[in-house]
Design a protein around this ligand. Sequence first.
Ligand SMILES: [Zn+2]
Ligand SMILES: [Zn+2]
Ligand SMILES: [Zn+2]
Length: 504
Amino acid sequence: MTTEHPEGLTPRNTVRGRPRTTGAIQCARCGRNTGKTRASWPEGRICGPCFTVATRTHGTCPGCGENRLLPGPRAEEGGPRCAPCAGILHNFRCSRCSHEGEFYRRGTCARCALRDDLTALLLTSPDDPTTANRLVDVLCQADRPESIITWKRSGKVQGLLTAVASGQTPLTHDGLDSHRETAGRAADHLRALLVHHGLLPYQDPYLNRFEAWIDDKLRPLPSEVAKPVEHFAKWHHLRRIRAMATPAKSAQGPVHAAKQEITETIKFLDWLWQTHHRTAATCSQQDVDSWLTTGPTTRKAIRTFFIFAKKTGTNMRVEIGHYSAKGRPAIPQEQRFAWLKELLTGTSESLPYRVAGTLLLLYAQPLVRVAALRTDAININDTGAITIALGTHAVPVPQPFAELLRQHVRNRPNLRTASGADSPWLFPGTRAGHHLHPNTIMLRLRALGIELLGARNTALNDHLALTPPPLVADALGYSYQVAFLHADAAGEPWSRYVDRRTFN
Ligand SMILES: [Zn+2]
Ligand SMILES: [Zn+2]
Ligand SMILES: [Zn+2]
């Protein structure tokens, strides 16, 4: 490393990194006491740090106008001068390359010393001399050859360099990846150098880790699930992101989005295989619909997979609408109130399903969450008031639903047959220890004619029209992201809440 311009700095505030030493001799440049000096120049004895600064200062000499090393005193008028002009009788020229600077090893500079070492290590009898020479050239071009000398002292690094120079490891990204287990950091460092010098194409670090992430995700899956997901992850996402990633445009965002889609697709296909023994190819529209209606809105991320499945001819049947205000199903508010009234006061279903349906229509709860509610989410206090915890804090349960819920808690089904009175579930199932399956609830409510997804969206819209999205999210157990997404889709942007709160 060289300092092109001294910029009038005095050595006192440019010398860094070494502790103050004490000793009998005073440095003629910085005035510090030192036990040992590096050189005796016209001005006097020079300490180690001042010598290092002097051997790294290059520029135009104010004495002779030559562009070279300027080891003379900085305090001098016009700045430091070259060795002859400053009267310094010290040879700074590398005997090999004539570069002026500090010697690294008996009369040679660090760069030449590095080349000597690498020649001995990699060029004695290479199988592939072209590659070996290119590798040595790249390493010798480092900004600080000293750091490469230190780096290559490690056995792992020498193993990696020898493998590449001998042609045993191809000089490609894949080649370097094959050293991930044994010398990951060394391989990454070499990769960065090779990319910097144009010997390897640029590769985004997020993209690189994404490939490993995909493999890790697929490994534990049955092949019926893993195969279509692998096809999707590698052919759709990886190829697309590879094509767009440049040093100026990081793959971080696209990789994040792709991971979400892949994760949701795996969840769906794994469920489909475990419950119905169906695959991406044999999946029906009904499978997808029941998956989307019974779970959180993040499940919608499987949409891209089915667009890809259609494009590649894997599955032509399934259609998933785009998530937008237009395509987002919702039912009229009056219809929601009519269903609420029916469930709260009518007799069209048994009590448990009336309670489950009300939780969906009143609190916009997805059926997976309704089915898995525990009795300890319900709290009845001394005065008889009921609260229910769906999100981060409990919310009050209004009448007449409070009465319906109280009755249900006292008369939960399936307690005698299977689960026992101490079952923790609000909706105990017929199998011991299990709660009702969300699909069971879905079929019962659908049989009543309730459009589940539309009803849930309308319920959520209603909350969002009155309360800011983060409060709705906390109360109903939604993520902030999803709450804002719904608010936007329902035409209730956050800014409008701010206005209302300010001016009303
Ligand atoms: Zn000094
Ligand atoms: Zn000069
Ligand atoms: Zn040299």
